[in-house]
Design a protein around this ligand. Structure first.
Ligand SMILES: [Zn+2]
Length: 365
């Protein structure tokens, strides 16, 4: 009997060596995405519980856009104010503002301006850029947006990468502080973009589908860009900075909390990182409670069908529900069930205190 058993096991082992694993037992990571059989209460939230301000949006064609269409979409989801970070500056910004005024939506649409860093070597760069910011402010711009290329890749005329903490830019940050214009800055990207492209990389699928997002650590490291950004915040304590995408620490909220403790002029917004929060609902809720005055609602890409996922993570106590892009999150998420007072701060109160020109009467107390 025992002999028989050993013989059978040996045959099976030899078969596996000869034929390998049968193809039906192998499955692509990308193909394996079974619908969940879990049955729990579901809350699909198409309209936020309180009116909200989206601090991180991009509308490049705002000068000739049909704004009533945009406002109609905003109303459907309870977005009271949208902040267009792509104001461009100068006459382009003025043209956008003129269109907003023409439609009569000054209370619903705010605009941040942009500046050009690549011409930083020109003798009159500081003077011209300060003048532009004053012009933009006079025309209604209420903040400045720094793009990720500017916090990472831009080079000066000698081919040197411009650090975002470059002392030549300091007069600009001081001007923003003087005019009470917060600076929303996107520096670096998810850390995994710098890491080896292999089975241990959490963003493997994103790097596969978007290979141009891969970063070469020989050029500069993630840590380098992030620390230059923090130097900038520390060197300009009077300027208020909103770090986009939770400063790329949404997956290490304890560290992010330490940074917020160290830099009282630093704020964060949650654009494109909601799946990070949804995979740690208990710890994230504690973080939101502790830092409730420092977090703003932002979305980045303006896709109206994606907002309900944000509402569901922030407001509901739903369990194990999917994010809408598998390359950002192959995991499922859980609602944070934030208390009303915290929700109100994240949705509008914190943005109102950073942007005092927004009419507060559009929002509840
Ligand atoms: Zn953006």
């Amino acid at each position: 009997m025992k002999k028989h058993f050993i013989a059978l096991v040996t045959i099976a082992f030899l078969q596996s060596l000869v034929f390998g694993q049968s193809s039906s037992d192998r499955m692509d990571f990308e193909a394996y995405d079974p619908p969940s059989s879990l049955v729990t209460p579901e809350h699909i939230i198409t309209k936020s519980k309180y009116p909200f301000i989206d601090i991180h949006s991009h509308h490049w064609r705002m000068a000739d856009q049909d704004l009533s269409e945009l406002i109609g979409q905003m109303d459907k989801m309870n977005m009271q104010v949208i902040n267009n970070l792509s104001g461009r500056g100068g006459p382009a910004l003025k043209a956008m503002m003129d269109n907003v005024k023409k439609y009569g939506y000054e209370k619903r649409i705010t605009i941040f301006t942009n500046i050009e860093l690549r011409s930083i070597d020109e003798a009159d760069w500081v003077e011209n850029t300060v003048k532009q910011i004053e012009f933009d402010h006079a025309n209604g711009a209420c903040g400045l947006k720094i793009y990720k290329s500017q916090g990472m890749d831009n080079k000066d005329s000698k081919g040197n990468r411009i650090k975002i903490s470059d002392p030549r830019i300091k007069p600009i940050w001081e001007k923003c502080a003087e005019l009470n214009m917060p600076v929303l800055i996107h520096a670096a990207d998810p850390k995994q973009f710098w890491e080896p492209y292999d089975s241990l990389n959490e963003r493997w699928l994103e790097l596969k589908t978007h290979p141009n997002r891969k970063k070469d650590p020989k050029e500069y490291t993630w840590e380098q860009i992030i620390s230059e950004q923090h130097d900038l915040f520390k060197q300009n304590p009077k300027t208020k900075f909103i770090a986009a995408h939770m400063g790329w620490f949404p997956n290490d909220l304890a560290k992010l909390g330490t940074l917020l403790d160290q830099m009282p002029n630093m704020y964060v917004e949650i654009g494109a990182v909601i799946a990070e929060l949804g995979r740690q609902p208990r710890f994230a809720r504690k973080f939101f409670e502790k830092y409730q005055d420092r977090i703003l609602f932002g979305k980045d890409s303006y896709q109206t069908d994606e907002y309900p996922t944000y509402f569901r993570v922030l407001e509901s106590d739903d369990e194990y529900f999917p994010y809408y892009k598998r390359y950002h999150a192959f995991w499922r998420m859980y609602g944070l069930n934030l208390p009303d007072e915290v929700l109100k701060k994240v949705y509008y109160k914190n943005a109102l205190s950073l942007l005092p020109n927004i009419d507060k009467s559009q929002f509840p107390d």
